[in-house]
Design a protein around this ligand. Structure first.
Ligand SMILES: NC(=O)c1ccc[n+]([C@@H]2O[C@H](COP(=O)([O-])OP(=O)(O)OC[C@H]3O[C@@H](n4cnc5c(N)ncnc54)[C@H](O)[C@@H]3O)[C@@H](O)[C@H]2O)c1
Length: 335
């Protein structure tokens, strides 16, 4: 592991999530942002001008030169999903640590290829499961592991997304990986059985022969039931919640609202609006996620999103798709 005080970073892709990481990379005192690489360098320059930052920008055709730059210790991959595995492996083979946006890939076997490349290079490969760095999820996880609510009977993860975005199918890592990760992280294992139901409610989703309303049930060996409910579009805002029920009580995460202000008038009581989407709901989590990446590179801690967990998420998603397509329960084994 490197013990350098400053980590030189190249950022690949400055779209929706790349802009969030860009600001956090610039603000992180342990990071020097050396390069930005984007398919559209002019657009990346515009983003930099908007935020008043000065970083060298280059196009994807120059990736080899960026990866040869000895000042670059690590790469943050924020390009579209279908390029993640290829770019991550390329960067790992060039001796760079990689923080790759979720999902690492939509193909479970490619996840193994990515982690094999990390093992061979001895570099860190971190898949960016940002919910793991959110204060509420961490608080609930430590309470569950401390035994505060006894034996766990049910874990229920709710995700109602907004805006309606067409970048991937609903039964994909892109949409479901966070909830699968959270349920299996809390349960601590792969489920033994998985079943999925889904339906389409919006005409534009029906036209794409996709679904927008999904329920997944998972049973774990110790009897714990995991439930994942997902809606592709929520008209009232970005609604992310987790509930864990156990023999000694329940832990319930309320949705994070834009502010804590409640209004009381003759018309009644009104809370602040829900968060608009991931940038405001997980603002702090993205900062902590980046800090964790640097801590792991500097050998201060171990990866909180290890290989087995990332691959476990891939295996469960494959089972969800199989169950939805066949209408059957899919049985799994940890091996
Ligand atoms: N963790 C989260 O909360 C979160 C949120 C949103 C998106 N994501 C993930 O981040 C990834 C990117 O999503 P997005 O919504 O930001 O996409 P986007 O389309 O908004 O941005 C992608 C950017 O990458 C650039 N690009 C495309 N191909 C490239 C290449 N080969 N090399 C360099 N740059 C390239 C594009 O020009 C664009 O600037 C997806 O995998 C998505 O699942 C994660």
């Amino acid at each position: 592991m490197a013990t350098k005080e400053y980590i030189g970073v190249a950022l690949f892709g400055v779209g929706r999530i790349g802009r969030i990481h860009l600001k956090n990379l610039l603000a992180n005192k342990r990071i020097n942002l050396e390069w930005i690489v984007d398919q559209f360098p002019d657009a990346a320059e515009t983003v930099l001008r908007e935020i008043g930052a000065n970083v060298k920008v280059t196009s994807i055709s120059e990736i080899d030169n960026v990866l040869k730059d000895s000042r670059v210790d690590a790469v943050v991959v924020c390009t579209p999903t279908d390029s993640h595995a290829r770019l991550s492996i390329q960067a790992l083979n060039a001796g760079k640590h990689v923080l790759c946006e979720k999902p690492l890939t939509e193909v479970t076997s490619e996840m193994r290829d990515c982690y094999d490349a990390a093992d061979q290079s001895g570099k860190v490969l971190m898949a960016a499961f940002n919910r793991k760095f959110d204060a509420s999820y961490r608080d609930m996880y430590s309470k569950v592991k401390r035994g505060d609510i006894g034996d766990i009977h049910m874990i229920r993860s709710t995700f109602r997304d907004t805006p309606l975005w067409y970048g991937a199918d609903t039964l994909s890592q892109t949409f479901l990986c966070h909830d699968i990760d959270i349920v299996t992280w809390f349960a601590g294992s792969l489920p033994v059985s998985v079943v999925c139901f889904g339906s389409a409610n919006y005409q534009e989703i029906k036209d794409k022969k996709d679904i927008d309303c999904v329920v997944v049930m998972m049973k774990f060996e110790n009897g714990t039931i995991g439930v994942l409910d997902f809606n592709r579009y929520s008209c009232y805002g970005y609604d992310i919640r987790l509930e864990v029920f156990g023999s000694k009580g329940m832990l319930k995460m309320n949705p994070l609202l834009q502010t804590t202000v409640q209004e009381f008038t003759k018309a009644g009581q009104k809370d602040a609006d829900f968060c608009v989407s991931f940038p405001d709901r997980f603002r702090e989590a993205y900062v902590s996620e980046l800090d964790h990446f640097v801590d792991v590179i500097q050998g201060k801690t171990t990866l909180s999103v290890p290989r087995e967990q990332c691959i476990r998420v891939g295996i469960v998603l494959d089972a969800i798709k199989e169950s939805y397509n066949t209408g059957k329960i899919v049985y799994l084994q940890e091996s």
